[in-house]
Every structure is written in structure tokens, then in C-alpha cells.
Design a protein around this ligand. Structure first.
Ligand SMILES: Nc1ncnc2c1ncn2[C@@H]1O[C@H](COP(=O)(O)OP(=O)(O)OP(=O)(O)O)[C@@H](O)[C@H]1O
Ligand SMILES: [Mg+2]
Length: 289
């Protein structure tokens, strides 16, 4: 898998001149492969938002380099516009940035700035609206929509730019369970249908476990661990030391697995956990462990 984005030992400190200020990102090196679905997890203030803002050039590292398609994005002569069209960033609570009179115009805002034909802009708006299920209210004011609908429209505005890399900062924050699921499903659909690279920031393991393949845990501005979901969840105790918890069902399965090695502990919801336990019981023809 080729790397689409690469961070080489990057560091960033807000207000570096002030005595006692600590780096928000502290010597991070990462390689993001084309087509990956990655969750970036960490406690509040661990540096997740600061880190991802380096990936589309909103922040410039004070140390280290960021490369997109192998090119240093801060090298002299590099066209940052190409990066911003290639790497779409959905901010936390993006619905606060809706401002146009209609949903259509809001979704069209990004592609309109890309020097595309009218026809291509129209196609992209319809496509992105279809993705998020906003097709039926394109002529409505975004302010008439519910919170979850507004969030999806705001995401559509970034999808309409058809970024190869889609980064979302806490896309499920503040949504009810149905809204959360809808948001993650549409991100997954974008990932699968376009083959896009997706990076989702979250402070909740539970929310992302079902969707992400790789989890990068950030603590105090550094990469604490980086691996597949089961690899990272095996380190439950260390994660809890840094203020993160794995889903309750997964921790119960990991405990059961100690006496029952064939149990599949890579389950993150009750239904699949029940299935895993039932499978072992069937196999053993007896009560579990
Ligand atoms: N604009 C800013 N000015 C000064 N300090 C900041 C600024 N933004 C973030 N910080 C500090 O940088 C550190 C990392 O913050 P960051 O927002 O990247 O963390 P986060 O992991 O995204 O947190 P959260 O889960 O709360 O969104 C924190 O100590 C934070 O207080
Ligand atoms: Mg943040």
C-alpha cells in the first residue's frame, strides 16, 4: 500500500514564546496508506485536532515535514490548493459553518471554488446530497433542518469536493445513537464506493471500533500506540491508564478469553459478542469456561 500522507517527526506548540507552553503535537511520525480507514483516538486535549490540521495544511509544523503523495507540502513552490482539494477536512460541529440560503448552495460552495464546469458542480452536489440522504431538501434553508440533518449536509459540502482523503473531527459528537450510526454509515459508504482514505477522530473507542481497521492512539501529543482494532484493544489496561476505555463487551470477552483461548474477543457490540460466546458453547457442548 502506498502512502498518501506522511508525517515525519512533526511538532507544534501553540504560543511557543510563552514560558511553560507544551507541544500539542510532539514528534509524531505516521504513514497513512491509500484507501485505509483509520481512527485517531485520544483523551480531550491529547492533540488529535492539532495533528489532523497538519494533514491539509491548516497548520504548519514547527519541526518535521508533512508529505502528500511524496511531496513536502511546505516546500517552496508547492501548490497548497492541490492539497486542500485532495484532503477534505470536516471540522467538529461543522453545522455551525452552514451559511447559504439553501442546502444546494451550501453543498456547492466547495466545488464552486475548484474551477469546475457548472454541469460538473451540479453532478457533484446531487451525488454528495444522495450520499448523505439530503436529496429531498436541496431547496430548503439549512437552518430548517434538524441537528443530525445539518451535520450530514455539512459533511456533504466536503464530499462534493470528492477528496481522496477524508478527515472528520468527531463526526458523531452530540448526535443521538441513530444520528451517530447514520453519520458513520455514510462515511463508510464514501470510503467503500470511492476507495477513499478516511481518518476519523474520536474520543470514544466504542464509536469507531465497528468501522475503523486501524487505530492510532494519541496521548500528550505523541503516538501512544498504532495497530489494528484488536491489537489496540488488547492493551485495555494501558488505555484505561490514559483515560480511554474499550467497549464494555470487549473487556468482558477479553476476560473470558483468558480461560477460553478459542473465544473470538474481537467483538464490539452485544449481538456479535453473544454470537461469539454461543459459537464456543456449541463447539464445547457445555457451559462456557
Ligand atoms: N488555538 C489554541 N491555542 C492555544 N492552545 C491550544 C489551541 N488549540 C488547542 N490548544 C491546546 O493544545 C492541546 C491539544 O489540543 P487539541 O485541541 O489538539 O486536542 P484534542 O485531542 O483535539 O482535544 P478534544 O478531544 O478536546 O477535541 C491542548 O492542551 C489544548 O489546550
Ligand atoms: Mg479536538
Amino acid at each position: 500500500m502506498s502512502a498518501v500522507l506522511r508525517a515525519e517527526n512533526i511538532s507544534y506548540t501553540y504560543n511557543p514564546g510563552i514560558p511553560g507552553s507544551k507541544p500539542a503535537v510532539d514528534g509524531v511520525s505516521l504513514e497513512i496508506g491509500e484507501g485505509e480507514f483509520i481512527a485517531v483516538i485520544g483523551h480531550t486535549g491529547s492533540g488529535k485536532s492539532t495533528l489532523i490540521q497538519h494533514f491539509n495544511g491548516l497548520l504548519r509544523p514547527q519541526k518535521g515535514r508533512v508529505l502528500f503523495d511524496g511531496q513536502d507540502i511546505w516546500a517552496k513552490g508547492y501548490d497548497l490548493r492541490a492539497l486542500r482539494f485532495g484532503v477534505g477536512l470536516v471540522f467538529q460541529y461543522p453545522e455551525y459553518q452552514l451559511f447559504e440560503e439553501t442546502v444546494y448552495k451550501d453543498i456547492a460552495f466547495g466545488p464552486t471554488n475548484m474551477s469546475l464546469s457548472e454541469q460538473e458542480i451540479h453532478r457533484r452536489v446531487l451525488d454528495a446530497a444522495g450520499f448523505v440522504g439530503a436529496g429531498q431538501y436541496l431547496d430548503s434553508s439549512p437552518f430548517e433542518l434538524s441537528g443530525g440533518e445539518k451535520r450530514r449536509v455539512a459533511i456533504a459540502g466536503v464530499l462534493a469536493m470528492e477528496p481522496r482523503v477524508l478527515i472528520l473531527d468527531e463526526p458523531a459528537a452530540g448526535l443521538d445513537p441513530r444520528g451517530k450510526k447514520a453519520a458513520f454509515e455514510l462515511i463508510k459508504n464514501y470510503h467503500e464506493s470511492k476507495g477513499a482514505t478516511v481518518i476519523v477522530v474520536s474520543h470514544s473507542m466504542e464509536d469507531v471500533a465497528e468501522y475503523a481497521k486501524r487505530v492510532i492512539v494519541i496521548n500528550r501529543g505523541q503516538v501512544f500506540c498504532d495497530g489494528s482494532v484488536p491489537e489496540v484493544f488488547k492493551r485495555a489496561r494501558e488505555l484505561s491508564d490514559i483515560g480511554l476505555s474499550i467497549p464494555a463487551v470487549t473487556s468482558i470477552l477479553l476476560r473470558l478469553k483468558e480461560g477460553c483461548p478459542e473465544l473470538n474477543a474481537s467483538c464490539y457490540d452485544i449481538t456479535s459478542a453473544a454470537d461469539a460466546i454461543a459459537a464456543v458453547m456449541k463447539e464445547r457442548g457445555a457451559a462456557l469456561c
